[in-house]
Write a protein that binds this ligand. Structure first.
Ligand code: PLP
Length: 384
């Protein structure tokens, strides 16, 4: 095989030296404190049968979509799913993308224009950052969850603000690497008062908050938010995403979002699977959501009893992170937990800032209280 160019070899070597080389892990049969399958939907065997039944009933035997949505790929299930999503998540419309990554790069590349301004929380997901890099607007970050810093940032840039430039404010309802949430109500009031466009990535809130909807719905601020990104790869146990917003925003994205236009659409089977998950989410998931909530409360109580609360980032979501500085140290603790049978992943720098390396516990409806007690006491023994 042809060797890698020298510069790339050097970058890999640097990663090795920093103890931060990424490798694809083998699938393991460990107790799950790592996946985003918060409600256990990805493991529900009956869903795949129901999805196949739906395809048969609708006489949709095709294996693939066969083209982009603007060509031959816009099969019947797209309309069905988008209508359902708009109604369920209380939005005027919904536009499905192949993934949350695609939705974010498509949105940020296409929507903020030259002369516009993007203010984004410093901890937003890589897909938002990548989209922002592709945008022609000027972008500034503000301190994590700090409306004060956002306000100051906008004030500071006011001289530079083109009078015709729009301001986009970007945050997440649950931060993927911290598990915490902004004061979304205050942020949306702030944006409404100043005529700014608020964009909220709901990836880790979809299907969990707002009785199985999202955090914006829970707070009743749907009318104030310009765009919401919901994803199906986490609590829905599937793959794909949608942007929720006005009919005009949907029309605009269909015309200008390159990650929607220039890619093959999702297969009928993928959409049947998402529809099946939503059907259960609407009618039958109360039990799973209650169990997840109980596990979150139990986890927090146990952490407190073990004297670990101070080390954890405050969170009411399914994601709980304990800071263990240094790639080597956090990897060591994670490896030992894995040897004890627990799948708890280390989050290393550069994914998070140096010194902010952490263990990330994802909780699920199907974790037992024994598993939670044991993983926390083992962690305590390893780090204290
Ligand atoms: C906050 C956030 N947004 C977007 C994404 C990307 O979603 P997807 O996995 O569907 O591409 C993720 C996934 O890791 C995420 O955590």
């Amino acid at each position: 095989m042809v060797n890698l160019p020298k510069k790339l070899e050097q970058k890999l070597e640097k990663r090795r030296l920093e103890n931060a080389l990424r490798v694809l892990p083998e699938a393991q049969q460990l107790i799950d404190f790592s996946s985003n399958d918060y409600l256990g939907f990805a493991k529900k065997k009956e869903f795949s049968k129901q999805a196949l039944n739906l395809l048969e009933n609708l006489n949709l035997p095709e294996n693939g979509a066969s083209g982009s949505r603007l060509l031959t790929g816009n099969h019947r299930l797209y309309g069905k799913l988008e209508n359902l999503l708009a109604f369920y998540h209380k939005s005027a419309s919904a536009l499905v993308f192949n993934s949350g990554y695609d939705a974010n790069i498509g949105f940020f590349e296409a929507v903020p224009q030259k002369g516009d301004f993007i203010f984004y929380d410093e901890l937003v997901h890589a897909s938002i950052r990548d989209g922002i890099k592709m945008s022609n607007a000027k972008a500034y970050k503000f301190k994590h969850n700090a409306i004060g810093d956002l306000t100051e940032g906008i004030e500071r840039s006011r001289n530079a603000l083109d009078m015709n430039g729009e301001v986009y404010v970007v945050t997440e309802s649950v931060f993927s690497m911290d598990g915490d949430s902004p004061n979304l109500k205050a942020l949306s009031d702030f944006c409404t008062a100043h005529g700014y466009y608020l964009v909220v990535d709901e990836a880790h809130a979809t299907g969990i908050f707002g009785e199985g909807k999202d955090l914006v719905c829970q707070l009743g601020i749907e009318e104030q938010v310009f765009a919401r990104i919901i994803t199906f790869g986490k609590a829905l146990g599937n793959h794909g995403a949608a942007i929720l917003g006005s009919d005009a925003l949907k029309t605009y994205l269909v015309n200008f979002a390159r990650s929607l236009i220039y890619t093959t659409a999702l297969s009928p089977h993928a959409l049947a699977s998402i529809l099946t998950a939503y059907s259960y989410l609407k009618k039958g998931s109360e039990n799973e959501r209650r169990k997840l909530q109980k596990n979150i409360e139990f986890f927090k109580n146990q952490a407190k009893l073990l004297g670990l609360s101070e080390d954890f980032i405050e969170s009411n979501s399914a994601i709980h992170c304990i800071i263990i500085p240094g790639n080597e140290k956090v990897k060591q603790v994670s490896n030992k937990l894995q040897k004890e049978g627990f799948n708890v992943k280390p989050i290393l720098s550069p994914t998070v800032k140096k010194g902010q390396e952490r263990l990330r516990f994802c909780l699920h409806a199907y974790n037992t209280t024994e598993e939670i007690s044991k993983v926390l006491s083992t962690t305590r023994n390893l780090i204290k």
